[in-house]
Design a protein around this ligand. Structure first.
Ligand SMILES: NC(=O)c1ccc[n+]([C@@H]2O[C@H](COP(=O)([O-])OP(=O)(O)OC[C@H]3O[C@@H](n4cnc5c(N)ncnc54)[C@H](O)[C@@H]3O)[C@@H](O)[C@H]2O)c1
Length: 265
């Protein structure tokens, strides 16, 4: 068991990448806390984990509310007495608007959920749990969207870029306190939500994978596998990293195939 008895909190874990992470952490012996504003979804995931013999608790929270993040850490400490892994993963984004067309509310909500909540969760977890323990691993789900610009995703791009530098600063400041902090930068990932978006025509699989050398999206499990490494002591000398799991997307210049050649050449 790679996470035996580690207490792991994952925000936004009632679906998608977060769900794959809590299930993976629980399968490896972690005691997981599913944090989400979707109580029904969180209970479903907890039921599936318990049904497979794992330990799971649910804490309903809107991560945009700092007092709910404080209550989240309080809940975890009451229930388990420690917090080994904080994985910030929940996100909201205003999409499909050009930079000059985003309204202030959409901008602020994106930054509140997808950046400020990460910082605040880190602040509370470090002060209340990880510093007193002298140990902890913080994981932030960023994105390749934090490394480069995407069309029509300005607020999301800014939030994710902020998450990457939040990760670096946290890592260097707490490196000698036993606390590590790393980010995962997934490329396009085929979650249930993404599948529905494609079916309904909100997203387009061809567009999303055209720049991915592997020619496909990640599975949520492929992203959770990176989280597992970062959560475990196997990554004990890894801190401040932004690990891409993107099928080669960020290694690609963006130019299409050599003249006259296709992707399988
Ligand atoms: N799916 C992708 O292609 C992709 C690619 C790169 C990065 N990411 C990142 O991965 C993370 C997970 O994304 P996903 O695709 O699995 O999304 P998802 O929509 O499947 O899951 C997000 C979860 O967060 C919860 N959530 C949203 N706002 C919340 C709030 N204010 N408080 C509490 N919970 C809240 C939702 O209820 C949901 O369960 C996000 O940080 C996202 O930016 C996703």
């Amino acid at each position: 068991m790679r996470l035996a008895d580690k207490v792991c909190v994952v925000t936004g874990s009632a679906s998608g990448i977060g769900e794959a992470c809590v299930k993976t952490y629980a399968r490896e012996g972690g005691k997981v806390v599913i944090v989400d504003r979707d109580l029904e979804g969180a209970q479903r995931v907890a039921g599936e984990i318990r049904g497979a013999g794992g330990v799971a608790e649910v804490f309903r929270a809107n991560v945009a509310r700092p007092e709910e993040l404080e209550a989240m850490v309080g809940f975890v400490l009451d229930r388990f007495g420690r917090l080994d892994v904080l994985h910030n993963n929940a996100m909201y984004s205003v999409f499909s608007k050009r930079t000059a067309d985003i309204d202030l509310r959409g901008w602020q909500l994106t930054l509140d959920v997808s950046l400020t909540a990460y910082w605040y969760g880190i602040k509370v977890a470090i002060n209340a749990a990880m510093l007193p323990q002298g140990k902890g691993s913080i994981i932030n789900t960023a994105s390749t969207s934090g490394l480069f610009g995407d069309y029509l995703q300005c607020a999301y791009n800014v939030a994710k870029a902020g998450v990457i530098n939040l990760t670096r600063v946290t890592a260097i400041e707490y490196a000698r306190k036993g606390i590590r902090c790393n980010a995962i930068c997934p490329g396009p990932t085929l979650t249930e939500g993404m599948k529905v978006g494609i079916e309904k025509g909100y997203s387009d699989a061809g567009y999303l994978t055209q720049g991915v050398p592997m020619g496909r999206m990640a599975t949520p499990q492929e992203i959770a596998n990176v989280g597992l490494f970062l959560a475990s002591d196997e990554s004990s000398f890894v801190t401040g990293a932004a690990i891409v799991a993107d099928g080669g997307l960020s290694a690609h210049s963006g130019m299409r195939y050599a003249p006259g050649k296709g992707p399988d050449w």
